[in-house]
Design a protein around this ligand. Sequence first.
Ligand SMILES: NC(=O)c1ccc[n+]([C@@H]2O[C@H](COP(=O)([O-])OP(=O)(O)OC[C@H]3O[C@@H](n4cnc5c(N)ncnc54)[C@H](O)[C@@H]3O)[C@@H](O)[C@H]2O)c1
Ligand SMILES: [Zn+2]
Length: 378
Amino acid sequence: MPSPADLSTSQISHIEVILNGGEPRRYPIVAQAGLMAGLGQECRQLGSLGKKVLILTDANLQNRYLNQVQASLQQAGFEVSSVVLDAGEPSKSLTQAQFVYQTLIQQGFTRKDTLLGLGGGVVGDLSGFCASTYHRGMTLIHVPTTLVAQVDSAIGGKTAVNLGQIKNMVGTFYQPKAVFADTDTLNTLPPREFMAGMAEVIKYGLIETSCDGQTGFFDWLETHASNLNAVLPAMIHRCAAIKAAVVMADELETKGLRFFLNLGHTFGHAYETLSEYGILHGEAVAIGMRLAVRLSVELGLIEATLLQRLDGLYQQVGLSSVLENAPHFPATEVLAIMKHDKKNQDAGIKLILPHQTLGRVVVRDDIPDAAILSVLKA
Ligand SMILES: NC(=O)c1ccc[n+]([C@@H]2O[C@H](COP(=O)([O-])OP(=O)(O)OC[C@H]3O[C@@H](n4cnc5c(N)ncnc54)[C@H](O)[C@@H]3O)[C@@H](O)[C@H]2O)c1
Ligand SMILES: [Zn+2]
């Protein structure tokens, strides 16, 4: 695991995820600028990927990166074909999964062959879902191309498709053989998508000590926020390392540790729902995270300076405009959705709140409605 001190070097080779449930498994997560050109060789070096690779991608990535990835894999000796989805959340469906299965069957793919997801979280979740179920599990490689995918969805093994309007209703836990994140792909990402990903990045700064015992990532972000382009591989590595630590400790989400990753998400999800998904997930997380920090301050769980520092960081990365343009919903409606969402109907709303020092969080389900309403109205 890289320590915060290592983050000044952008050439950290890779992080290793080691999973001990059942058969011990390990795989690399690599984040580097320009990685895509050598992707074929990287895959070759992994060994045992089979002969064939099916690249699953979306229409926005087809023109930008598909040819390069295909050529690199062919040069490394793989037989390569592709499926191109419409871009966007509706492609994360059983209908598209069925189309992928049919393509794999028609082209004679075995479970030793490889499905490679080239794209954001939509492509990644669908690739993972198809790979985990085709022949009860074929080889999977993630090549994430959004910030959300590079720091979050490609790591951790959660796969899913939506069932009609119900998001992530059907899914599996399935780890890839490797994650290759080319940080240069973020240069073509729409700025709004990049910013949404920054909300998840900042989240890691607020939870890191609870996840892997380290400190300093939030401070590091404050130092580098004005020139993020220069430090993207290091930034992504640190986020990946934090998520990997949580996943290694709680692969199947049975021990509650993975819940730390939901900082800001209970509030955020209510905003996402009430806006009828008119705001991006990361934007909702940015709104929700600020509410969580504010609530923590009001409850005396953490010093008020954290809220000022969060606002400062939002300002630096451009997330303050998301807050300024956030939709306004009546506090009681937001609270009602938060109550409806909670999985345990007997307990109160489960919230992750910053606690004691920057980087630490606590899970609480005993916060009075009045306190929650007070921050929602502020
Ligand atoms: N499995 C998990 O643990 C996990 C975690 C977080 C989110 N998710 C899922 O991820 C999905 C959201 O992922 P996302 O935010 O990456 O959205 P996305 O996959 O829809 O990508 C966002 C947009 O950016 C485009 N795009 C992707 N890479 C690009 C690039 N390099 N240049 C230009 N355009 C590019 C896409 O075509 C799309 O239009 C949701 O379905 C969510 O449920 C899963
Ligand atoms: Zn999220």
